[in-house]
Design a protein around this ligand. Structure first.
Ligand SMILES: *[C@@H]1O[C@H](CO)[C@@H](O)[C@H](O)[C@H]1NC(C)=O
Ligand SMILES: *[C@@H]1O[C@H](CO)[C@@H](O)[C@H](O)[C@H]1NC(C)=O
Ligand SMILES: *[C@@H]1O[C@H](CO)[C@@H](O)[C@H](O)[C@H]1NC(C)=O
Ligand SMILES: *[C@@H]1O[C@H](CO)[C@@H](O)[C@H](O)[C@H]1NC(C)=O
Ligand SMILES: *[C@@H]1O[C@H](CO)[C@@H](O)[C@H](O)[C@H]1NC(C)=O
Length: 223
């Protein structure tokens, strides 16, 4: 009897060790190609517009030079429309791919300069009853899921590759930085969604906020 239990205990210990090893080796393995199985859709100025303080010309808060989109805003700026009561923002709003089903992916290389804080840098717009399915925010040098969970400790002053995969039918959103999965969260309802990136002030924002983006892609899972 006791020998049966000690053998069973030994076997389960081995199984637990194997599970840990499997996890470790998959964590160390080369990241998979996240865009494989997806179709990259046309992306140019016809597919996005810039939301910026309504009283300013676009070039006061946004530039597109050598393929790099630079969005900046000040905490004292006006909202993006005369009637909006939201915080100031300069965002690349991708209105050309407003989706309601299937699996969609955003890929882009982002950069947040030191000092920028209290700001959303990327969102999956559209949810219900909430406004958003996902917000990636920067507070005090770290990348957060909303304000609730640190995803990357130190995000300032370096380019990172961001992949966000939104499975609408499965109601899941996955976030990858430099190919590594850092968040898997539930969807938050809603019937239409769209990707946005840039700077959108949240609580406790710094006076100046900036993010840069390049090689933005919108992809849809191929059938
Ligand atoms: C990933 O897959 C896509 C689509 O098949 C391809 O265009 C791209 O070159 C691949 N990237 C890498 C790093 O292999
Ligand atoms: C953007 O791409 C689409 C489809 O490829 C094309 O029809 C359109 O003329 C392009 N628009 C601009 C502003 O380049
Ligand atoms: C960021 O730092 C400020 C000042 O130390 C602090 O009040 C605030 O709670 C921090 N924000 C987060 C999200 O941790
Ligand atoms: C999608 O497009 C519809 C119609 O233009 C609009 O009412 C809705 O706000 C858009 N949804 C998102 C998430 O942008
Ligand atoms: C952020 O500010 C809004 C109003 O300005 C407030 O309702 C909300 O509780 C604040 N959230 C946090 C996390 O401080």
């Amino acid at each position: 009897m006791s020998s049966f239990f000690s053998k069973a205990k030994y076997a389960s210990t081995i199984i637990i060790h194997l599970i840990i090893l499997a996890h470790q080796s998959s964590a160390l393995a080369e990241p998979v190609n996240l865009t494989q199985g997806f179709v990259s859709l046309p992306f140019n100025r016809s597919y996005y517009h810039i939301q910026k303080p309504y009283d300013l010309p676009e070039d006061q808060r946004y530039s597109f030079i050598d393929g790099i989109h630079k969005c900046w805003v000040y905490s004292t700026d006006k909202p993006h429309s005369l009637t909006s009561r939201t915080e100031p923002r300069t965002e690349i709003a991708i209105q050309g791919y407003n989706y309601s089903s299937s699996v969609w992916q955003f890929e882009g290389y982002g950069y947040v300069p030191a000092g920028t804080s209290g700001v959303c840098i990327m969102q999956v717009f559209g949810a219900s009853p909430h406004a958003t399915t996902l917000m990636l925010r920067v507070y005090n040098g770290s990348l957060f899921y909303y304000r609730s969970q640190v995803l990357v400790d130190e995000i300032y002053d370096k380019w990172f590759r961001l992949n966000v995969i939104h499975d609408v039918d499965g109601s899941k959103v996955k976030v990858y930085i430099d190919g590594y999965l850092i968040l898997e969260a539930d969807g938050r309802g809603g019937t239409s969604h769209a990707f946005k990136c840039g700077v959108y002030a949240q609580n406790d924002s710094s006076f100046y906020m900036e993010s840069r983006w390049t090689d933005i892609k919108v992809l849809r899972k191929s059938d």
